[in-house]
Structure formats: structure tokens, C-alpha cells
Design a protein around this ligand. Structure first.
Ligand code: G6P
Ligand code: MG
Length: 221
């Protein structure tokens, strides 16, 4: 294992929940619908535009809005998200993550971010972890969002590695699919039935360690 490719939202900090709160507010105000709690899993990992399209489908309102109206909804969602995101600090880092990053760094393993979020650098700055990563893949530079492999391939490329030399960490089914399609090894964090395509699933970030990741890597290779 030469590199670890990290998803951000829901892996490093609890911003997955903030994204869903922001979408729920847009759905309520602009579409007059409530998003059911389990819809959060469908939105995890996918881009802003893919998310609004899924929500419009769910509302039965696809094709009812002009692209300018959709653009306004996307702006509202991001404004709401940024307001919540601004409250984050280093207390919002998930348990065990800082330790894991330090262990990996000490072992000479390269660390790269493979997030679909255009806000990833801002979130990492807020929680004080931006300097711990060797690279951040830019989602606006890849052709296809998760579940396509592009962002994990780009995250590996930015640390000069082939994806098969890396483990990818994900909380989203679309993200696990993206890691596997990139030909990296997938460790899921969360519910094992949602993340069933991962090579290994742990219930939360406290379970992550250098030795766990090395064991997974060596057992799959
Ligand atoms: C992550 C989150 C998604 C979010 C996407 C785009 O993948 O899991 O919920 O839609 O990033 O985020 P952005 O901050 O660019 O709207
Ligand atoms: Mg995520």
C-alpha cells in the first residue's frame, strides 16, 4: 500500500449530514416536499447537479424547471451549506482520523483527497487538516462524477501512483463503486449492507488504523 485516497464528506468530518440538511431545505422551500431520511444515502457522494436531478425525479418534477431556475436552487443549496460549514472547526474531525493521518504519514504513505465537493479545500481548511494531504483532486477537472472511477484515478495520479497501489475510503455506495471501478481497494465506513461492494466495511472511523488498512490491502492483493 503506497497511498490512501480519502473521500471527505462523511469520512473525515460529518458534512454528509450538512449536505442533506441543505438539500432538505431546498426541497421544502422550492419543491414543497419532505425528503425521507433514507434518501440521504442516495445523495451521498454524487455531484451537486446529479443531486438536484435525483431530487426533482423523486418529487416527480423533472422537466418542470428551466435551467436558470435549477441554477438558482443550486446556489441556494450551496449558500445554506456554506453557512453551516462555516461553523466547523477541528472538534468536528471524526474520531481516529487525525491519528490515522499521522500514522500513515509516518509510514511514508501518500495521502490524497478524492471528493466530489467543490468545497473540499474550504472544509479541510476549516477543520485544520489541509496541510496533512499531499494532494486534492479537483472534481471540476474530471469528466464523470462518482460512481465513475475518474475522481479516484485523478486523486492517485496527483500523488504519482496507480490506483491499484492505493486504498480508497468511502461512506457512500456511489463512492465504493467509484473506487472499485478505478481498480483500487475499497474500505467502506458505515452500513455494510449499503456498502456491500467494498472489500472491507467498518462501522465507524474509530476502527481505522494503519495496521487495519495494511491487512486489508495485503489480504486482497
Ligand atoms: C460530496 C457529498 C455530496 C455532494 C458533493 C458535491 O460528494 O457527499 O453530498 O453533493 O460532494 O459537493 P459540493 O460541495 O460541490 O456541492
Ligand atoms: Mg462521502
Amino acid at each position: 500500500m503506497k497511498g490512501v485516497l480519502f473521500d471527505l464528506d462523511g469520512v473525515i468530518t460529518d458534512t454528509a449530514q450538512l449536505h442533506f440538511k441543505a438539500w432538505s431545505a431546498v426541497a421544502k422551500n422550492d419543491l414543497d416536499i419532505s425528503l425521507p431520511a433514507n434518501f440521504e444515502n442516495d445523495l451521498k457522494g454524487i455531484s451537486r447537479t446529479d443531486s438536484i436531478n435525483r431530487i426533482l425525479d423523486f418529487a416527480g418534477k423533472a422537466d418542470q424547471f428551466s435551467s436558470a431556475e435549477i441554477e438558482t436552487m443550486l446556489d441556494k443549496k450551496n449558500t445554506y451549506y456554506l453557512k453551516e460549514m462555516d461553523k466547523l472547526d477541528n472538534n468536528d474531525i471524526f474520531p481516529g482520523i487525525t491519528n490515522l493521518l499521522d500514522q500513515l504519514k509516518q509510514a511514508g504513505i501518500l495521502l490524497s483527497i478524492a471528493s466530489a465537493s467543490k468545497n473540499a479545500p474550504a472544509v479541510l481548511t476549516k477543520i485544520g487538516l489541509i496541510d496533512k494531504f499531499d494532494a486534492i483532486a479537483d472534481p471540476s477537472k474530471v469528466a464523470h462524477g462518482k460512481p465513475a472511477p475518474d475522481i479516484f484515478i485523478e486523486a492517485a495520479r496527483k500523488i504519482n501512483l496507480d490506483p491499484h497501489e492505493c486504498i480508497g475510503l468511502e461512506d457512500a455506495a456511489a463512492g465504493v463503486q467509484s473506487i472499485k471501478s478505478a481498480n483500487a481497494i475499497a474500505v467502506g465506513i458505515g452500513n455494510s449492507s449499503v456498502l456491500s461492494k467494498a472489500d472491507k466495511v467498518v462501522p465507524s472511523t474509530d476502527y481505522l488504523s494503519l495496521s487495519l488498512l495494511e491487512n486489508v490491502y495485503n489480504s486482497v492483493k
